[in-house]
Design a protein around this ligand. Structure first.
Ligand code: PMP
Length: 342
């Protein structure tokens, strides 16, 4: 009997070779107004997030610049995904890794990092830049004391460069050179700045649209040029209380401020309607992308990103009890998942 011809998926030497080349799926089960909306599945990177690309590029640049010697130690301040990306690179390249992580982050991420042998130092989530226990200040102090290489995703130029040279050209090619808008979040700013720089050069019509959690200062800054007082938000990985060096804000044309409730609802809708299990920041991006699409009066081709996988948020975003405890859902709860509230 003749076998059907299979298209062979790539066979690679290490997981690092699987970084990038992520698929794009059109979202056809959501109300996108007159627009077509496409989701780039960055959750399909081997480390599970959009941060694999920049983790690889920052380590490669440090090696090239002589900042990292064989067997050396990396230190980073991270909400988790950069840490997972760095842990993967460190494992395969033989580096030690210390991570300073704010304690509000999902337990799944922390457990995953610990499982990879990372030295995780949890610190306070309720203090701002300038406080010694703020995660970035603490990482800098440890780097100064130990001589470890502080990766510093917020200022490292290899971060936006990874997106300018890989994420953006992939989007442009997948969209056959016709992209009206890309909706992004800003954590370190690497994704936005990298894609924005590429589009400015190659596709000036493309609007960079910011999806910002309510409480972050960034959306307001885009609208008014002023840095306001930061609040708090539960969405992980995006939103800031300062403007990172790597966030070239003048690339952004439009910004939406999205509440945690709307982010969570949209994240759950993405799973229910489209079958894509993505993390909380993807809910924020998708909520902003849907608003942008519905406001348009002419058909547009819009791209947004699934930044990481929802598997890390099963006890939070996808747990009805957590959702109710946050006040996002009023309904009465039954069952035994109460213990899992993160
Ligand atoms: N989403 C998630 C889940 C993240 O962890 C991050 C990175 N902190 C981002 C989005 C934002 O990416 P960037 O740092 O490139 O601005």
């Amino acid at each position: 009997m003749s076998q059907p011809e299979a298209v062979a998926p790539p066979v690679v030497k290490t997981a690092l070779d699987l970084i990038g080349h992520t698929p794009l799926v059109e979202l056809t089960r959501l109300d996108t107004g007159p627009c077509r909306l496409f989701l780039k599945l960055e959750n399909q990177n081997p480390g599970g997030s959009i941060k694999d690309r920049m983790a690889m590029s920052m380590v490669t640049a440090a090696e090239r610049d002589g900042l990292l010697k064989p067997g050396g130690t990396l230190i980073e301040a991270t909400a988790g995904n950069t840490g997972l990306g760095l842990a993967q690179v460190a494992t395969l390249k033989g580096y030690k890794l210390i991570l300073v992580v704010p304690d509000k982050m999902a337990r799944e991420k922390i457990l995953h990092l610990r499982a990879m042998g990372v030295d995780v130092r949890l610190t306070r989530s309720d203090v701002g830049k300038g406080h010694p226990e703020y995660y970035q200040d603490m990482a800098q102090t440890i780097a100064d004391e130990t001589g470890a290489f502080y990766v510093n995703q917020f200022e490292n130029p290899a971060n936006p460069l990874a997106h300018e040279t890989s994420t953006a050209p992939e989007i442009f090619a997948q969209m056959e050179g016709d992209v009206d808008a890309v909706v992004v979040g800003v954590g370190s700013g690497g994704t936005m700045t990298g894609i924005g720089r590429f589009m400015k050069r190659m596709s000036p019509k493309t609007e960079m649209v910011l999806a910002d959690p309510a409480g972050s200062i960034l959306a307001d800054y885009v609208a008014t040029g002023k840095i306001g007082e930061a609040g708090s938000w539960t969405v992980e990985g995006i939103g800031e209380d300062f403007i990172p060096v790597n966030a070239q804000m003048d690339l952004i044309r439009k910004a939406y401020s999205i509440t945690d409730k709307e982010s969570v609802e949209t994240c759950r809708l993405l799973l229910k309607r489209e079958g894509v299990l993505a993390g909380s920041s993807s809910g924020t991006l998708l909520a902003a992308a849907l608003r942008y699409c519905r406001e348009q009066t002419t058909p547009k081709r819009v791209v947004t990103l699934a930044c990481d996988t929802g598997g890390k948020y099963l006890t939070k975003v996808f747990n009805d009890f957590w959702v109710a405890a946050q006040g996002f859902d009023e309904r009465e709860m039954h069952g035994d998942l109460r213990d899992l509230i993160a």
